[in-house]
Design a binder for this molecule. Structure first.
Ligand code: AGP
Length: 606
């Protein structure tokens, strides 16, 4: 949820730190700060709001130094303000932190009793005073180990010391942290994205590990202080993905990238010649899996809900779906023949990682469906199914949602066929339809000319509803989530059949209601649910698929038709107008589309 950078070099580091903070802003952007060591002093500058504000501050107060740390914050403890921004420093120590120190209150009381004076309301500041306290009687490594042993909760830390002018300490428990290797300099960062512009050689810390980074040497240690070696990974250089090009927003670019990302993902899994699906090195025999649990958060959870309909339709597997933040504390009945599948674009979502960790501790079968293959969730699952979407920068997930659904659908087809619950000709037919999906997505994206006008109504409304049934119910949830997170208006996704059990009371004259009514087995049902809301004054935006039969049009405010295809694949196409609806609503309101308020791209705290 926050972003960390540290650089130790043979040249001044402040501008490189600022550039990295700009790349990290997608992780949190309510305040930012930098601290460097020069002439035996810690120079700290912090500002509220975006990194640009910090950069403006630096013009007036240029700070020197060949070693430094930086931070972009998403507030957990303490309001977004300059005083609460990181780094937090004493005279001798400066710290940046991503995570939550759960015993900070107790530690603060102890440290105040030892005469330490606190400036901020943050949990992080206890780390500064704790390490300062321990350094009074211990050497650096002992003080680090003692301090880490005292902390409860999650952290990724970057620490510099006035009396150690050539090193940065990094430490990880529960929040991601990477080390990068450069020429006569080395780096610490929350993820590879922050380091990619400086190096493609990366090592990742695991929970409990810490490191001592100098400009020409990096040492890693386990939680007992024993020296360990770490693999150095060479990352692909896909810098072009990190650029908006001539799009106004990353989100606009990522919506339009979907035909290509779907095509790339299909290519990775579909054997074109034999019309078969290749999931290489799947570690389990079909007899070993008799049920599944699909786990994710937010949009990733919605992709799991969609997949359950496919699994129910095409397999006899017992499939459960859960939000990770519930699963991790639920009294779960762990079963050996259950496969736990974790869906996460970033692969760093704290709740999803915690749910995975719980399953690993119970020696369960675990697989992950991720976009970032070097992420913590990918690294700690038994098996990984990448979605191959390229970096998704916009906080509101678009191409990754379609990628998550696509890989889940491919998994459904493969498992169903292997379990002989899907006949071969049906299997081949579905694979052939899948190969048409990129073109259908392209046509649907290009045909959304009406949506911008319609979006204005949603932008001005005080609330809206999104209704669906069967496969389109999770898509209704996703559409409502997109509108909420981008235009900050209340939007509720609901199963259409449930409206009469209460939410119908919400409907009032002129209220915009999206009804997803593809021509599937629910069509007649949902069109009668639609009449229920129309009869109470709702302005219905009907989204359906092209079909030889005319669309019911009486009393419908607007109708949008997506391309026709086999019913399994309609969720992909129905999602697109909803992505655009949210995008244009936020555009109309002038909100920050790539970085919506209060949110962050990777929620690495619980
Ligand atoms: C989606 O638009 C949101 N940004 C959010 O719900 C996101 O899907 C959720 O935080 C899960 O993120 P993950 O896929 O990286 O785990």
């Amino acid at each position: 949820m926050c972003g960390i950078i540290g650089i130790t070099s043979n040249k001044p580091v402040s501008s490189a730190i600022i550039n990295s903070l700009k790349k990290l802003e997608y992780r949190g952007y309510d305040s930012a700060g930098i601290a460097t060591l020069s002439n035996g002093f810690i120079n700290e500058i912090k500002s509220e709001g975006r990194v640009d504000n910090l950069e403006k501050n630096l013009i007036n107060k240029k700070i020197e130094g060949n070693i430094g740390i930086g931070h972009v914050r998403w507030a957990t403890h303490g309001i977004p303000s300059t005083i609460n921004a990181h780094p937090h420093s004493s005279e001798t120590v400066s710290v940046v932190h991503n995570g939550i120190i759960e015993n900070s209150t107790k530690l603060k009381e102890y440290l105040i009793s030892r005469g330490h004076i606190f400036k901020s309301q943050t949990d992080t500041e206890v780390i500064v005073h704790l390490i300062t306290e321990y350094l009074k009687e211990n050497d650096l490594k002992k003080s680090i180990l003692k301090m880490l042993g005292k902390l409860q909760g999650s952290f990724a830390l970057g620490i510099i010391f006035k009396d150690q002018p050539d090193l940065i300490i990094g430490a990880r428990r529960g929040s991601p942290l990477a080390v990068g290797y450069g020429p006569n300099e080395n780096y610490l960062g929350s993820d590879s994205y922050a380091l990619k512009s400086m190096t493609n050689k990366i090592s990742y810390l695991n929970d409990g590990e810490f490191c001592i980074i100098k400009k020409n040497q990096v040492e890693f240690f386990d939680e007992k202080g024993k020296k360990i070696n770490k693999k150095v990974l060479e990352l692909s250089s896909d810098e072009k993905n990190y650029d908006k090009g001539d799009y106004k927003h990353f989100m606009a670019k990522e919506i339009e990238e979907q035909p290509l990302t779907i095509k790339n993902c299909v290519k990775e899994y579909i054997d074109n010649i034999n019309n078969d699906i290749n999931i290489y090195n799947f570690p389990w025999k079909k007899e070993e899996i008799n049920s599944l649990t699909l786990i994710g958060c937010g949009t990733a959870y919605n992709s799991c809900l969609t997949a359950k309909y496919w699994f129910d339709e095409m397999t006899n597997l017992d499939v459960n779906v859960d939000v990770a933040s519930e699963f991790r504390y639920r009294k779960n009945k762990f079963k050996k023949d259950n496969l736990y599948i974790f869906v996460s674009q970033s692969g760093e979502t704290a709740d999803t990682y915690a749910a995975l960790d719980l399953c690993n501790k119970n020696k369960m079968k675990t697989a992950s469906i991720v976009n970032v293959i070097e992420s913590s969730i990918a690294r700690d699952s038994n098996f990984v199914l990448p979605i191959h979407c390229g970096p998704e920068i916009g906080v509101a997930s678009t191409k990754a949602f379609l990628g998550q659904m696509l890989v889940l659908y491919i998994l459904v087809l493969k498992l169903s066929f292997l379990r002989e619950e899907l006949k071969k000709d049906n299997y081949i037919q579905k694979i052939k339809s899948l190969k048409q999906l990129p073109d259908l997505v392209e046509k649907t994206i290009m045909s959304q000319n009406k949506i911008q006008l319609v979006a204005n109504t949603f932008a001005e409304a005080k609330g809206s509803m999104f209704l669906g049934r069967g496969l389109s119910y999770p898509i209704a949830l996703e559409g409502a989530l997109k509108l909420k997170e981008l235009s900050y208006t209340h939007a509720e996704g609901y199963p259409a059949g449930e409206m009469k059990h209460g939410p119908l009371a919400l409907i009032e004259n002129g209220m915009p209601v999206v009804v997803l009514a593809p021509r599937d087995s629910y069509y007649s049902k949902i069109t009668s649910n639609m009449q229920e809301v129309i009869a109470r004054g709702a302005k219905v935006l009907l989204i359906t698929n092209k079909n030889k039969d005319d669309v019911v049009s009486e009393n419908i405010w607007e109708t949008i038709e997506v391309e026709d295809t086999n019913v399994d694949l309609l969720p992909f196409l129905l999602t697109i107008p909803l992505q655009k609806l949210a995008y244009y609503s936020a555009l109309k309101k002038g909100y920050d589309i790539d970085k919506p308020r209060n949110l962050a791209k990777s929620v690495t705290v619980e």
